[in-house]
Write a protein that binds this ligand. Structure first.
Ligand SMILES: NC(=O)c1ccc[n+]([C@@H]2O[C@H](COP(=O)([O-])OP(=O)(O)OC[C@H]3O[C@@H](n4cnc5c(N)ncnc54)[C@H](OP(=O)(O)O)[C@@H]3O)[C@@H](O)[C@H]2O)c1
Length: 261
């Protein structure tokens, strides 16, 4: 099966490491040209260079996805550089962990801007170009959107908002030829996951290895996922061969989610 991504242009937000980087790297391996961003200029430049070293064209931009003007300018610059846009990956860092008593209004507002408003702005900016190319939007959320996690209240709520946005836009942007889908990572081994497991280990007075063993015991496949396993699903959904898939939520979780849907 050929993914047909040669010379397509894919924009990946929050891509200096972790899931975003893995998607950019995988899309480049399939022949795509990339526009990637993250906040840290050195980190995003280094990430871009690693992908360029493998022969792909990459534009790297330092920006915070919470900055609406910067998001609009980034999309414009990407289209100016490559003349088209075929795919958008909506991604950002995760909101802080905690429960209902731990958050003030400002925390809710910050999580909204990081994980939901950024998605709205990224999609709004890319929409005209994606309509021209009959392209695709792919959001990255969390299993928290399907099965709330007690210690991740902000994520539970904001990710659910993104899932609702994806389903709504799959209907209204479908008439423009834009596909809109969502990927649900379970426990994919990245720096963020390692940091979360470190925090859990400290809180529980145990080792990171013991936390990981406990986590893996809840996963039918018995192990953490790898970023490249996640990225392959992402690149498939971005590619034209997924041309009749829109409004879908695909979990990459080793079978961990229990719901029938
Ligand atoms: N890994 C998992 O198993 C898992 C599970 C559920 C949900 N998720 C969610 O999936 C997303 C990606 O996770 P990950 O594991 O890849 O995390 P990660 O390893 O921490 O990587 C996060 C990336 O986002 C960038 N970033 C963070 N905040 C940003 C902002 N405001 N603007 C622009 N770029 C930003 C970071 O670079 P800079 O620091 O340079 O900005 C980095 O490149 C997160 O929202 C996470 O909560 C992950």
């Amino acid at each position: 099966m050929q993914l047909d991504l040669t010379d397509k242009v894919i924009q990946v937000a929050a891509a200096s490491q972790g899931l975003g980087y893995a998607i950019a790297e995988q899309a480049a391996a399939e022949g795509a040209r990339l526009c990637i961003c993250s906040r840290d200029p050195d980190a995003i430049d280094a990430a871009a260079q690693r992908i360029r070293d493998r022969g792909a064209e990459v534009m790297a931009t330092a920006l915070d996805v919470r900055d609406g003007a910067a998001v609009a300018a980034w999309t414009e610059a990407c289209i100016e550089r490559f003349g088209r846009l075929d795919g958008l990956v909506v991604n950002a860092g995760g909101p802080p962990a905690g429960g209902f008593d731990e958050f003030e209004d400002a925390d809710w507002q910050a999580a909204f801007e990081l994980n939901l408003l950024s998605a709205v702005r990224l999609i709004r900016a890319a929409r005209p170009a994606l309509a021209r190319s009959q392209g695709a939007v792919l959001t990255i959320t969390s299993s928290a959107a399907r099965e709330p996690i007690d210690a991740l209240l902000l994520s539970n709520v904001m990710r659910s908002g993104v899932v609702a946005l994806v389903k709504s836009l799959s209907r209204t942007l479908g008439s423009e030829g834009i596909r809109v889908n969502n990927l649900i990572p379970g426990t994919i081994e990245t720096d963020r996951l390692r940091a979360l497991h470190g925090q859990m280990a400290q809180a529980m007075g145990t080792s990171v290895e013991a936390v990981q063993e406990h986590v893996c015991a809840q996963i039918p496949l018995g192990r953490l996922g790898q970023a490249d396993e996640f990225a392959r699903a992402a690149v498939f959904l971005l590619s034209p061969i997924a041309g009749y898939i829109s409004g879908a939520n695909l979990q990459i979780d080793g079978g961990a989610l229990r719901g029938l849907w």
